[in-house]
Design a protein around this ligand. Structure first.
Ligand code: ADP
Length: 390
């Protein structure tokens, strides 16, 4: 409890953009997020006064941080599960708890669990030697069970030769591996839900996530041309996962849409890139909802506030733009009076998520190109050709 405000203290492990945006939501609720960050120049420490510097793999650092917090939650999945179990045994409130979070940390554990629940997932197998991949067949997808993000830790294999060149080095480096069926998908979707310890659940509309080179570049809300019964089934699936795993907080279920329905790709138990659109596009943002859930407050309404919402990530350009970020923002605002800009205070590096832009409007056809143009301008300092903008 913060004696100055009378509010409980939420501590978030990890100082990235998710912590930064959760802090923004905490401020509106009369609170201030406490952050455990590795370095003072990460996105959240740049804006939060309550920062502890320490590493998320150091149990003593976690312990000392938790001592000043009422609830511990996360900006990423990289805290060792055994450290979380130790904290829970010592009486720390950890949300989501390690028994739930392990399913977002370890893709093999998650695949086994979802298979046990009878949920649709790609066929998969554990890999402990090259022969496991050869037996599985091609084309397939090799994945690191732990530690991957933004497509790092995912390898598309087309042949035995691919497997033989990739697998031995990974195994020698101690990377736990699994192999999966290459799903023939129409597109990628995400179901975002939240669950509180009380057991209340809430879900936002299904969204389409557009990926390039394994990185999410755009989120379209709601997912265009999605049959209502398919959307509803996916929402029910996500709520079922949240309940079955005992998730507390936001849960993102990344999905592949096929001809027959959806299959689950992976889970994240924290605010997620596929939910950034909710800051301006829904009645309650995923960041506020995550705080409400971990504090066991009643959850907020999740309705969208416009017929079409598009979030476009600002990814660092391959070549640093000549124009500085301040000047780029100035020009952006001159051209788009309705762009909602979020910049994370990160150094620009090629392909790195340094911010996002959200636009709301009457139709996807209107909003999507404008969001893409705005995000490209912010990252590259040049206007994309071929867009008809008004
Ligand atoms: P990460 O944890 O790095 O985000 P993902 O498991 O989400 O990795 O995979 C990254 C991307 O790779 C996905 O968004 C999708 O485009 C592609 N991908 C992953 N698994 C499969 C699969 N089984 N079949 C086809 N494409 C896949």
């Amino acid at each position: 409890m913060d004696a100055r405000t009378g509010f409980p203290v939420v501590g978030m492990v990890g100082g990235g953009q998710l912590a930064r945006m959760t802090h923004q939501a905490a401020v509106a609720l009369g609170q201030s997020l406490h952050v455990l960050a590795v370095s003072a120049d990460e996105p959240a420490p740049l804006v939060s006064p309550n920062v502890t510097l320490g590493h998320h793999t150091d149990l003593d650092a976690l312990r000392a941080f938790a001592a000043g917090c009422d609830v511990l939650t996360f900006d990423h999945e990289h805290v060792p599960t055994e450290h979380l179990r130790a904290l829970v045994a010592e009486g720390v409130a950890v949300h989501p708890g390690p028994d739930a979070l392990v399913h977002a940390q370890d893709k093999l554990v998650m695949r086994h669990k979802l298979a046990g629940l009878g949920l649709p997932i790609p066929e998969f197998a554990e890999v402990t030697e090259v022969a496991d991949v050869l037996k599985f067949g091609f084309p397939c997808v090799l994945k690191a069970a732990r530690g991957g993000y933004d497509g790092r830790g995912v390898w598309m294999l087309d042949s035995a030769a691919d497997a033989e060149s990739a697998v031995p080095d990974l195994l020698a480096a101690g990377t736990p591996l699994l192999v999966e069926q290459r799903v023939d998908m129409r597109r990628e979707l995400a179901a975002l839900v939240a669950r509180s310890p009380f057991g209340q659940g809430a879900c936002w509309p299904l969204v389409e996530t557009v990926q390039r080179a394994g990185i999410c570049v755009e989120v379209l809300a709601p997912a265009p041309d999605l049959a209502p019964e398919r959307a509803e089934a996916a929402q029910e699936l996500a709520l079922r996962v949240a309940n079955a795993l005992g998730v507390v907080g936001v849960l993102a279920v990344e999905l592949f849409e096929t001809e027959d329905g959806v299959v689950v790709n992976e889970l994240a138990m924290r605010p997620h890139n596929s939910g950034h659109w909710t800051i301006e596009g829904a009645r309650t943002s995923q960041f506020e909802q995550h705080l409400r859930a971990v504090l066991d407050y009643p959850l907020g309404a999740t309705d969208p506030v416009a017929p079409a919402v598009v979030m476009a990530n600002v990814l660092g350009a391959p070549v640093a733009p000549q124009m500085g970020p301040d000047e780029r923002l100035h020009h952006l605002f001159a051209r788009f009076r309705d762009a909602h800009v979020h910049l994370y205070g990160k150094q620009e590096r090629p392909g790195r998520k340094i911010g996002h832009v959200t636009l709301l409007g009457a139709s996807m056809a209107d909003v999507r190109p404008r969001a893409a143009l705005a995000a490209h301008w912010l990252s590259h300092g040049e206007w994309l050709d071929g867009y008809d903008i008004h």
